[in-house]
Design a protein around this ligand. Structure first.
Ligand code: ZN
Length: 472
């Protein structure tokens, strides 16, 4: 048993080290890791690395299976020790281990309703004998250079892994693959006092499976954590003034225009109004000013919505919709920027979303001519690059966040985007024509995840955009 534990410890430690190099976004991160001679793919989501529980357990010589929302894993004992049983849950960071509970720094992620992915930094604590092989974390130094606060967390041997996560302009979290003791916890608590520029308002160090360092700021700040041979370096500096301050969100339909209607009668206007409100709340928490193109379930003509955005001198325009298709199997999330439609599908979606014009033109008027406007005349042409980048940022953020099918970034000629003098995109959050997706869209938790994904995508785009503009 002892040597087995050591082998296991070595295997998982190797795996922690190898994962330090893994990438971003929920996708194969490239580098795989080896557990007991088996190579396992690393998946990355929001800066955290995950391994499939079933594969880890198999590599450790155990077996795992699912019972409803629980995932059970058993590692074989020997003649003197019984089998070791572990119970994981999707979306809960608590793992039941033999004789104790372990709190993972991040909850596992359920993919394709099948595979449970567990954060790498948590695995070391869950499986036995490994906690002592995690290096010990110590606060070794604090320094200020101009506006920037630097603090170094040293390690007593071993290699560091860290994964930083921007929670908002006022909060930063970093998950570190190391354990910490009470001395370090106290020292970290002193950082706000030691840092004289008053940027950091409080710090917290939570220990458990790995260590979570949480930083709260008095004013919007940027933070970065990097790992090197000696440990982890965290830098915090005030966020430069926003170049993007005002965002117009357009709930795609309202009033006499219900938009698409699902088989159970769910109306697009209801779903998108709710999601838009959630995105608004999240963006306001990030310090943006957010205007809605309609305040309630009312009809607002297309030109009025562009006019509002232009007159308000908004910096971004995001129109939010739900999809519909004749093919009832179609499902997933797609984001459009304005350009000429390249595929039949793109033309179909544009035609459906533009159908709102029926409410605006005198009866019998011909839309065809209107629809064939030459794109070079459009206001949007100037912002094509930014709009396509905004679309990509939203798509890449929302798909893993809401765990929906990725239908990609697309382009089509949408009237609602056409007259905006700013980067503008149209989001289709899911298909009301698909029975299971209609059901999902009825769930507030799902709408919240979609809103979180959209809002984070917008924030990510703004950060990249401002970094380019500010040259930092
Ligand atoms: Zn729509």
């Amino acid at each position: 048993m002892k040597s087995e534990v050591r082998n296991l410890a070595t295997a998982l430690l190797l795996l922690l080290v190898a994962a330090a190099a893994a990438g971003q976004v929920l996708a194969p991160a490239g580098p795989s890791v080896e557990v007991n001679g088996t190579r396992l793919a690393v998946l990355s989501d929001a800066g955290c690395d995950y391994l499939a529980l079933a594969q880890v357990v198999e590599a450790l010589g155990g077996r795992s299976w699912r019972v409803e929302d629980r995932f059970l894993a058993v590692l074989p004992g020997d003649s003197t020790t019984p089998d070791l049983e572990f119970v994981f849950r999707a979306d809960s960071g608590t793992v039941r281990c033999p004789g104790r509970e372990v709190f993972l720094p991040l909850p596992p992620v359920l993919l394709d309703s099948e595979q449970l992915y567990v954060p790498l930094v948590g695995l070391a604590e869950v499986f036995p004998g490994l906690d002592r092989s995690l290096p010990l974390l110590r606060l070794t130094d604090i320094d200020e250079r101009g506006d920037t606060v630097l603090f170094r967390l040293g390690l007593d041997g071993g290699e560091a892994t860290c994964q930083g996560e921007v929670r908002s302009g006022l909060e930063y979290r970093v998950v570190i693959g190391a354990r910490s003791d009470s001395i370090t916890v106290e020292q970290v608590g002193l950082i706000p006092i030691l840092a004289s520029n008053g940027l950091v308002s409080s710090t917290r160090l939570k220990t458990g499976a790995g260590t979570v360092l949480q930083l709260l700021f008095r004013r919007p700040a940027v933070a970065r954590a990097t790992a090197d041979a000696e440990g982890v370096l965290v830098r915090v500096w005030p966020r430069p003034d926003r170049k993007v301050g005002r965002i117009v969100l357009d709930p795609g339909h309202g009033g006499k225009d219900p938009g698409a209607v699902g088989p159970q009668g769910t109306e697009e206007k209801t779903i998108v109004f709710d999601i838009t409100g959630r995105v608004k709340q999240r963006l306001e928490a990030e310090g943006f000013e957010v205007l809605l193109s309609r305040r309630r379930d009312e009809y607002v003509p297309l030109p009025a919505r562009s006019k509002l955005a232009n007159e308000a001198k908004a910096d971004l325009f995001v129109s939010i919709h739900a999809n519909a298709a004749e093919n009832r199997d179609a499902c997933g999330f797609e984001t459009y920027f304005l350009s000429e439609a390249k595929t039949d599908w793109e033309r179909t979606v544009a035609a459906r979303e533009n159908a709102v014009l029926e409410y605006e033109l005198p009866e019998g008027a011909d839309l065809t001519e209107e629809l064939e406007l030459i794109l070079s005349d459009l206001a949007q042409n100037e912002f094509l690059t930014e709009s396509s980048q905004l679309a990509a940022a939203i798509q890449e953020s929302a798909v893993p966040c809401a765990r929906v099918k990725d239908r990609g970034v697309r382009q089509a000629n949408f009237f609602v985007l056409r007259d905006n003098y700013m980067p503008a995109v149209l989001v289709e959050v899911g298909f009301l024509s698909n029975r299971s997706e209609e059901k999902l869209l009825q769930q507030p938790q799902h709408r919240e995840r979609l809103a979180e994904g959209v809002a984070n995508g917008i924030v990510r785009f703004v950060l990249q955009y401002e970094r380019r503009v500010n040259g930092s």
